[in-house]
Ligand binder design. Structure first.
Ligand SMILES: CC(=O)SCCNC(=O)CCNC(=O)[C@H](O)C(C)(C)COP(=O)(O)OP(=O)(O)OC[C@H]1O[C@@H](n2cnc3c(N)ncnc32)[C@H](O)[C@@H]1OP(=O)(O)O
Ligand SMILES: O=CC(=O)O
Ligand SMILES: [Mg+2]
Length: 740
C-alpha cells in the first residue's frame, strides 16, 4: 500500500553524505525529493513507496555502469578525432568518412524499415502545427503553455511587430493599428478559408457560404468554427465587444488553434542543480498532466490566478455536440546522458545519473494521466511523451530504449507506453540518424533538428580542424542544409508521415515576429510537421504557416527525394581564408561574450534557465544552454587558433560585464558582476567556460553552470570563491596552446 504520508523523513535518517539525506533502499535521497515522491507522485498510482525506491535502486545499478561507458566512448571518439587533426594539421577538412567508419563513429546503415510506434495522439500523427517549449520550473509559464492550444490572432498581431515591423505605442488602443490588424486577419481568412463569393472583410454575419463546404467545422455558441489543413479557426462573434461592434459581421477576434503540443522542459531552459530544483520541475510536470497545477501572481496591479483551461464543446455541422480540445498536448524533455544529480546518491556515494532519475520520475507522473487521477486528461491515447536530448549515436539511443523498457517494468506499464522524441542535435546522431531511429523504432514519436546544440557540437567535434566561420555564417554553411534536409528525408523514409512528428528547431528571436512570419514558413514547407516556438504568441503567429502550407502534401512531394549524402553533412564550417578585419573579430567576440554573460549571470545568480538577452545590436535573443554552448565553443575555437588571444577575451569579459550590469540595472536583487569585494561567481564561471571550452565534455556548459549555481546557492559564508577556477581548469587552456 502507498503511504499517504511519508514514513520517516526526519533529518538524520541517512547513509548519505549530507546528514539531512534520507535512506531509501540503500540510496541517499534528498528529503525534498523523497517527500515529493511519497506524498505527491506515488499516491493513487498503486505503487508503494518501498517498491518504488527498491526499483529505482535496481535501475541505478543496472544503468549506471552502462551510462558511464557511453560517456567514455564519447571521449574516446573525440580523442581519436582530435588526434587525427593533430596529425593532419593542414587538412582543412573534418576526419574523412572512411576513417570515421573505422573508428565506429559512423555505424552501419540499417536495412530500410518503417517505425512501428502505436498509440499516439492525433496531435502527433495527424495534425501539423506549432510546438511550444516552456521551462518546467516556472509554473506561471507552464500554465500559459498548457493553455496555448488556442490564441488570439488579433492580439498576437496587435501586440508584436508582426504586421509591418512596428510595435504598438504606449497608451490606449490605436484604431489605425487595429484596422491594419483586422485587415491582415481578414486577408488570412480569405487566403485559407475563402468564402464562395466576396471577402471576409465584407461578410455581414449571415451563415457563411464557404468556397469549400468541408471547411465549416461547426459552432460554439455564436462563434463559428472553421477547419483548414486539420487546424481549427474560431471566429469570435460578439457585437457587444468594441471590435465586434464596429465589424460588419460582428467578428471580435479570430482565434487560432496554436500550440498543438508543448514540451515542458527539464533540460536546457532550466537551472536545476539539486533535489529542490528537480522537485520544482517534477511537480509542475505532474500538476500540468493532472490538470490541478495553479499559479498565483501579480500582474500590473491585479492578482492573477492561473489554471488549466477546462474542456469545451462545440456543435458540428450536423448539430452533434463534440469535444473541443482546449489544452496543448503535453510532452516532457528529460536531461541527456551526461549529468549526475546530487538529489540521489548511490550506495557507493556517487551521484545518480540525472537522466535515469528523470525517466523514472517523469514516467511516474505520467501514470496520473493514464489512470485519470487528476481533474483533466492529457493523452487520449494513453501515451507518456518523453523527449530525449543530446544523445550521441545509435548505442545511446538503444540505451534510452532499454532504460524506458526498465522504467515501464518498474511502473507496471505496457511495453512502449513511454514514447521517445529523439533530438537530432549531436553530430554522431545526425550522421547515423536512420540507425538512431531504428534503435527506438517502436516508441519514437518525433525527431527534431535541435540546430543550436547541433551547432555547438559541430564546433566542438572539429575544434582542432581550424578556425570556424563567424557564428552567423555557420548557419549558412553546407553542413546545416544537409542536416536539415537529411532529417526530413530520413524521417520520411522511416515512415514518419502520418505516424510521428518531424520537428524543426526554435525561433530564437522572441520579439522578431515580423521576421518569423516571413521566414519560419520554411519549416512546414520543408515537410516538417511541427517546429519550435518560444512563446504562446509566437505559436499563434506560426500557426498561420500551417494554414498556408499543407504539410501532408509537402511530405508526399519530398518522399521521392534521395537522401542527401552523409559526406555533405560531414563538411566542417571552417573559415577557409580567415581574413576578418580587426573590427569584425572584435564584434564577433563582443557579441558572444555579451550573450554568455547576459545569460550566465541570471542562471547562476537567480536560477533562471532561459532568458531574453540583447545581442550586440540590441536584438533580444532567446538564450539557453544550447546557445551558450555555441558562444563559448566559438570563442574557445578562435582562442585555440589564435584569431583572438587571452587578453582580448579578458578585456571583452570586463567590458561586457559592465554592459550587462547596465542592462540589468533596473532589476531588483541584481548584483553587478563588476564590483568591489568578492569576485562574481558568474563572471568567474563565464571565464572558466571559455578558457576550458576545449576540455568540456562535447563542449557542454552544464558542468560549469551546475558547479557555479550550486556555489551561488550556498550561504555566503560557505562559499569558496574561485572554486570553479580550480587549478585544473586554469591550466587546461594553457595545455591546449600548442594547437593555437
Ligand atoms: C535550444 C533549445 O533548447 S530551445 C528550448 C528552450 N527554450 C525555451 O523553452 C524558450 C521558452 N521561452 C521563454 O522562456 C521566454 O519566452 C523567453 C525567455 C525566451 C522570453 O521571455 P520574455 O519575452 O522576456 O517573456 P516575458 O517574461 O516578458 O513573458 C511574457 C509573457 O509570455 C509568456 N511566455 C513567454 N514564453 C512562454 C513560454 N515559452 N510558454 C508559456 N508562456 C510563455 C509569459 O507567461 C508571460 O505572460 P504572463 O505575464 O501572462 O505570464
Ligand atoms: O534543443 C534544441 C537545440 O536547438 O539545441
Ligand atoms: Mg538542444
Amino acid at each position: 500500500m502507498t503511504p499517504a504520508v511519508a514514513p520517516t523523513l526526519e533529518r538524520g535518517a541517512t547513509t548519505g553524505p549530507r546528514d539531512s539525506f534520507v535512506c531509501r533502499a540503500g540510496l541517499a535521497v534528498d528529503p525534498v525529493l523523497a517527500r515529493f515522491i511519497e506524498t505527491e507522485a506515488l499516491p493513487g498510482t498503486s505503487i508503494d513507496s518501498d517498491s518504488f525506491w527498491a526499483s529505482l535502486a535496481r535501475l541505478a545499478d543496472a544503468f549506471t555502469p552502462r551510462n558511464r561507458a557511453l560517456l567514455e566512448r564519447r571521449e574516446d571518439l573525440q580523442t581519436a578525432i582530435d588526434n587525427w587533426h593533430r596529425q593532419n594539421p593542414q587538412s582543412g577538412t573534418g576526419v574523412p568518412p572512411r576513417l570515421l567508419r573505422e573508428m565506429g563513429y559512423l555505424a552501419p546503415e540499417p536495412a530500410p524499415f518503417t517505425i512501428g510506434t502505436q498509440g499516439l495522439d492525433r496531435e502527433i500523427t495527424a495534425l501539423a502545427g506549432p510546438q511550444l517549449v516552456v521551462p518546467a520550473l516556472n509554473a506561471r509559464f507552464v500554465l500559459n503553455a498548457v493553455n496555448a492550444r488556442w490564441g488570439s490572432l488579433y492580439d498576437a498581431l496587435y501586440g508584436t511587430d508582426a504586421v509591418d515591423g512596428s510595435l504598438p505605442s504606449a497608451g490606449g488602443y490605436d484604431p489605425g493599428r487595429g484596422a491594419e490588424v483586422i485587415a491582415w486577419g481578414k486577408a488570412f481568412l480569405d487566403a485559407c478559408v475563402p468564402l464562395a463569393n466576396g471577402s471576409w472583410s465584407d461578410w455581414t454575419g449571415s451563415a457563411p457560404q464557404l468556397a469549400d463546404d468541408e471547411q465549416f467545422a461547426g459552432t460554439a455558441g455564436d462563434n463559428i468554427l472553421l477547419r483548414n489543413n486539420g487546424l481549427l479557426i474560431e471566429l469570435v462573434i460578439d457585437r457587444a465587444h468594441p471590435i465586434g461592434a464596429s465589424d460588419p459581421g460582428g467578428i471580435a477576434d479570430i482565434r487560432l488553434e496554436s500550440a498543438l503540443s508543448t514540451i515542458i522542459d527539464l533540460e536546457d531552459s532550466v537551472a536545476a542543480v539539486d533535489g529542490e530544483d528537480k522537485v520544482a520541475g517534477y511537480r509542475n510536470w505532474l500538476g500540468a498532466l493532472r490538470g490541478d497545477l495553479t499559479a498565483s501572481f501579480t500582474k500590473g496591479n491585479r492578482t492573477v490566478e492561473r489554471r488549466a483551461e477546462p474542456d469545451r464543446t462545440y456543435r458540428d455541422p450536423h448539430g452533434e455536440e463534440r469535444a473541443l480540445r482546449t489544452r496543448s498536448l503535453l510532452l516532457v524533455r528529460n536531461v541527456g546522458h551526461l549529468m549526475t544529480t546530487p538529489a540521489v546518491r548511490l550506495a557507493d556515494g556517487s551521484e545518480m545519473f540525472e537522466g535515469v532519475l528523470d525517466a523514472a520520475v517523469t514516467a511516474l507522473a505520467g501514470l496520473h494521466d493514464l489512470k485519470g487521477l487528476g481533474p483533466l486528461r492529457n493523452s487520449e491515447s494513453g501515451a507518456i511523451y518523453i523527449v530525449k536530448p543530446k544523445m550521441h549515436g545509435p548505442e545511446e539511443c538503444a540505451f534510452a530504449n532499454d532504460l524506458f523498457d526498465a522504467v515501464e517494468d518498474m511502473l507496471g506499464l505496457a511495453r512502449h507506453t513511454l514514447k521517445i522524441g529523439v533530438m537530432d542535435e549531436e553530430r554522431r546522431t545526425s550522421a547515423n540518424l536512420a540507425a538512431c531511429i531504428h534503435a527506438v523504432k517502436d516508441r519514437v514519436f518525433f525527431i527534431n533538428t535541435g540546430f543550436l546544440d547541433r551547432t555547438g557540437d559541430e564546433i566542438h567535434t572539429s575544434m582542432l580542424a581550424g578556425p570556424m566561420l563567424r557564428k552567423a555564417d555557420i548557419k549558412q554553411a553546407e553542413w546545416i542544409a544537409a542536416y536539415e534536409d537529411r532529417n526530413v528525408q530520413i524521417g520520411l523514409a522511416c515512415g514518419f508521415a502520418g505516424r510521428a512528428q518531424i520537428s524543426k528547431g526554435m525561433w530564437a528571436a522572441p520579439d522578431a515576429m515580423h521576421a518569423m512570419l516571413a521566414d519560419k514558413i520554411a519549416h512546414p514547407m520543408s515537410g516538417a510537421s511541427t517546429a519550435w516556438v518560444p512563446s504562446p504568441t509566437a505559436a499563434t503567429l506560426h500557426a498561420t504557416h500551417y494554414h498556408r502550407c499543407n504539410v501532408a502534401e509537402r511530405q508526399q512531394e519530398r518522399r521521392a527525394e534521395p537522401v542527401v549524402p552523409c559526406e555533405k553533412l560531414l563538411t566542417v564550417p571552417l573559415a577557409e581564408d580567415p581574413r576578418w578585419s580587426p573590427e569584425e573579430v572584435q564584434a564577433e567576440l563582443d557579441n558572444n561574450v555579451q550573450g554568455i554573460l547576459g545569460y550566465m549571470v541570471r542562471w547562476i545568480d537567480a536560477g533562471i534557465g532561459c532568458s531574453k538577452v540583447p545581442d550586440i545590436n540590441d536584438i533580444g535573443l532567446m538564450e539557453d544552454r544550447a546557445t551558450l554552448r555555441i558562444s563559448s565553443q566559438h570563442i574557445a575555437n578562435w582562442l585555440l587558433h589564435g584569431v583572438v588571444d587571452r587578453s582580448m577575451v579578458d578585456e571583452a569579459l570586463q567590458r561586457m560585464a559592465a554592459r550587462v550590469d547596465a542592462q540589468n540595472a533596473g532589476s531588483a536583487d541584481y548584483v553587478p558582476m563588476v564590483r568591489d569585494g568578492p569576485r562574481s561567481i558568474a563572471l568567474t564561471a563565464a571565464s572558466d567556460l571559455i578558457f576550458t571550452g576545449t576540455c568540456q565534455p562535447s563542449g557542454y556548459t552544464e558542468p560549469v553552470l551546475h558547479q557555479a549555481r550550486a556555489q551561488a546557492k550556498r550561504p555566503e559564508q560557505d562559499r569558496q570563491f574561485g572554486a570553479t577556477g580550480s587549478p585544473r581548469m586554469a591550466t587546461a587552456f594553457e595545455q591546449n596552446l600548442p594547437f593555437g
